[in-house]
Design a binder for this molecule. Structure first.
Ligand code: ATP
Ligand code: MG
Length: 391
């Protein structure tokens, strides 16, 4: 049901298949040995077929005396079971409320989902304000599906988003992190980003980035982010892997870069300054979208390696090359260079350095040290500026 029926009707390959049934979670578990029950807020069964997981939910109903918790209009728990006819009404959009019946191979549609699907319209079932209040993440889903599927959001569901976007502050950070990944690993990250900005949703997810973007007069940081998202989309289209940490490193770069620069201006050393900048930004962001350590750690490494690219003498470049995060950090440098935030010549130098043999590398290192500084080599890269056109 849901997304897979919607996608199949579009001739697209569904990301996953969600199954609904009248069997209770415990009954599902007793039927499948390879089954695990998950979720408290919303109890579900996961059935494992090799690496594939089929998510199986029990129809939700409307019995007011059941295990349901609503606070300030927000639906915090829903484990009231019911029938298919009842289940339909708790779905978000009409095109997501289509059920494919394994009994008679028909599509069951109680809410006009087929018609909306044919017209490429996303329409919330019921009163939009109430439905967004129940679960503000539906605003992000509206943007995600409209970008991904090219559907338009029905005016009634559309017009209230801007004024209700603030409700996202109530959503647990772990759930928003998951949602951010779905939004930006969809293959249409650029459109998604632009839409999120238009609906004032982006600032609810990345407040520090939003601040940096609005204080930026020449749109330069915006350009960096859009480039990063274009790269992500291209990689996904080409079937190449995309890492969450690289994407998030790009999202948070501008707030890190500004803090780094501020600290440099105060005379701090470059390495220390970027570390401190990272140490400030990560906890702020984690409050909104959780950042698991497996993401925040490499993200910080990518940032903190940036000043090290400027050092092109001694054995430091070899150590940098051997660093496990070299490749990602180098890609990040290239990205910075394409938008004027780092010297393109520096990126080009590292491009040849990494692919040269050792003898050539040594020659390159000798060449890159300016003649007048060969005798007394200063610890270059320790201090300086990180504004546009700098390493
Ligand atoms: P995709 O899997 O392609 O991202 P999907 O529509 O299948 O899209 P899922 O998150 O897998 O989305 O959810 C499956 C179905 O569950 C949806 O189609 C929708 O009917 C329902 N659903 C999911 N999240 C919500 C929500 N926050 N509010 C209401 N219904 C939801
Ligand atoms: Mg799905």
């Amino acid at each position: 049901m849901g997304g897979c029926v919607r996608d199949l009707l579009l001739g697209r390959e569904p990301k996953d298949f969600d199954v609904v049934t009248d069997a209770r979670p415990a009954e599902i578990k007793s039927l499948f040995r390879n089954c695990r029950l998950i979720g408290r807020r919303f109890r579900l069964a996961h059935i494992y077929f090799g690496r594939q997981i089929i998510e199986v939910a029990t129809f939700r109903g409307s019995d007011p005396s059941g295990d349901r918790l609503i606070q300030n209009g927000r639906l915090l728990r829903d484990n009231v079971y019911g029938t298919l006819q009842e289940d339909v009404w708790r779905r978000d959009f009409t095109v997501n409320a289509l059920y494919y019946s394994a009994h008679d191979y028909s599509v069951v549609d109680y809410v006009g989902g087929m018609k909306d699907h044919a017209r490429r319209v996303l329409r919330l079932i019921g009163d939009p304000e109430r439905r967004y209040r129940e679960d503000p993440v539906r605003m992000l889903r509206a943007v995600r599906f409209s970008s991904k599927l090219g559907f338009t959001i029905d005016p009634a569901s559309n017009d209230v988003i801007k004024e209700m976007s603030g409700l996202l502050s109530q959503i647990p950070a772990a759930r928003l992190y998951d949602e951010v990944l779905k939004l930006f690993l969809s293959g249409v990250a650029v459109q998604t980003f632009e839409q999120l900005c238009r609906y004032h949703l982006f600032g609810m997810l990345f407040s520090e980035t939003q601040k940096a973007l609005t204080s930026d007069k020449d749109g330069f940081s915006n350009e960096f982010l859009v480039k990063a998202l274009e790269n992500t989309d291209t990689r996904i289209r080409e079937g190449k892997p995309v890492t969450a940490y690289f994407l998030l490193a790009a999202f948070l770069w501008e707030p890190v870069r500004i803090r780094w620069q501020d600290r440099l201006n105060k005379g701090e050393g470059s390495f220390m300054a970027v570390q401190q900048a990272a140490a400030e930004v990560i906890p702020i962001q984690s409050k909104t979208t959780a950042l698991p350590r497996r993401v925040s750690f490499p993200m910080r490494e990518v940032w903190c390696l940036q000043p090290r690219f400027k050092i092109r003498s001694g054995d430091r470049p070899f150590r940098l090359l051997a660093h496990p995060r070299f490749r990602a950090a180098y890609d990040f440098l290239v990205l910075r260079a394409t938008t004027g935030d780092a010297d393109p010549a520096l990126a080009a130098w590292w491009d040849s350095f990494q692919f040269s043999d050792e003898a050539e590398q040594k020659k390159m290192l000798r060449r890159s040290v300016p003649r007048h500084r060969r005798r007394k080599r200063s610890r270059s890269g320790q201090k300086g500026s990180v504004s546009k056109n700098d390493g």
